[in-house]
Ligand binder design. Structure first.
Ligand code: FES
Ligand SMILES: [Fe+2]
Length: 366
């Protein structure tokens, strides 16, 4: 039915994609105050292994303290504030040491030694500033807000919903990063609709019908749904052929679909019958986002002679590039003075729900 008043759901005003002040507020509301996914626990398998992550303008050290404990610290020395570690990943041999005057910290953040300070203070007063860290099935999340809301609460029903994929047991096969000249929300919006698939992704549309989508009710933690394969296709790959066994634990129905979920604010989780793909979004500017994409497989399959994973990597790398290209064109168009919010179709309901969540969370506290 045609609306007389044009009272239809519309896209957000341009400032949500172009205004640095809006962007700064989003970094605070979404990337400082929420649990944010920063990587996988198997990136740092041994005590002392670490990687750095920049979130909301802060450099963080993510380090494995023990077999069962991962810790995150601000990369800031307690002496005179120097960035302690400049190398993006590596291994600390038992302690973390500042390169300026040699203050030394344990892997749990305790200050172990402070040369030339003549014991003028107690060491317990100056541990590294820590950041709350938790893990969901191998995905590491951090929260810089010292919030009382647990990761479990933020994730809602996702841990039960996806337990069959046993994500914590999957192993990294490939990691690629992309520098996308688009606002992070445009990338997330693009991920959550497939009306563009026949036009932009003919190869994807040949394997999975864009009309087969079945979405969950949107909620405050995520949006997402599943899509089915076309006849003959059994996974998302260059030709739709299955080259690996299904992941152990999946039901017949779960093997017939791909599940695409945007877990707020920055994890795009794509669960296939035979592998998991993740995208992590790291906003760098109002019009720039670093995207890290990874492909994870069952280690038992990876250990088999003749294991192949490149069909999945090639397929999604090409699809990724198509998506980044259109997201950059969206960013370019929205910057124009001619842009005004346009109407969402009924099939773009998830996008509207995402926008509403953004508006709700960005409201100043009353
Ligand atoms: S600033 Fe780190 S030891 Fe002095
Ligand atoms: Fe796409």
């Amino acid at each position: 039915m045609i609306s007389e008043t044009d009272d239809v759901a519309k896209t957000l005003p341009a400032r949500y994609y172009t205004d640095p002040a809006v962007f700064d507020n989003e970094l605070r509301r979404f990337y400082s105050e929420m649990w944010v996914c920063i990587g996988r626990s198997n990136q740092i398998p041994a005590p002392g292994d670490y990687f750095l992550r920049e979130i909301a303008g802060e450099s963080l050290i993510v380090v494995r303290e023990t077999k069962d404990t991962i810790r995150t610290f601000f990369n800031v020395c307690r002496h005179r504030g120097t960035r302690i570690c400049p190398v993006t990943e590596g291994h600390f041999a038992g302690h973390i040491q500042c390169g300026y005057h040699g203050w030394k910290y344990a892997l749990d953040g305790r200050l172990l030694g402070a040369p030339h300070m003549h014991e003028i203070f107690r060491r317990e007063q100056y541990p590294l500033h820590d950041v709350d860290t938790d893990v969901w099935d191998g995905h590491i999340f951090i929260n810089m807000a010292k919030t009382t809301q647990s990761l479990r609460t933020q994730l809602a029903d996702l841990p039960q919903k996806f337990s069959h994929w046993r994500m914590g047991e999957l192993a990294l096969y490939r990691r690629t990063s992309y520098d996308v000249k688009a606002n992070w929300k445009l990338i997330l919006l693009n991920y959550n609709e497939c009306l563009h698939c026949p036009v932009l992704h003919p190869a994807l549309n040949a394997i999975s019908d864009y009309r087969s989508g079945n979405n969950d009710e949107p909620n405050l933690s995520y949006i997402g749904g599943s899509m089915e394969f076309r006849d003959g296709a059994r996974t998302m790959s260059t030709d739709g052929k299955l080259r690996r066994a299904y992941l152990p634990g999946l039901s017949e129905q779960e093997c017939s679909k791909v599940y695409y979920y945007a877990v707020y604010p920055n994890l795009l989780l794509s669960l296939h019958p035979d592998y998991m793909m993740t995208h992590l979004l790291f906003p760098r500017a109002v019009d720039r986002t670093e995207v890290i994409c990874e492909w994870h497989f069952d280690p038992a399959e990876m250990a088999k002679p003749g294991f192949e994973g490149d069909d999945a990597v090639r397929f999604w790398d090409e699809t990724n590039r198509q998506d980044w290209c259109i997201s950059e064109l969206s960013q370019a168009g929205i910057r124009s003075k001619a842009y005004t919010p346009g109407p969402y179709s009924p099939s773009e309901r998830l996008l509207w729900a995402f926008d509403q969540m953004i508006l709700e969370r960005e409201k100043p506290a009353s």
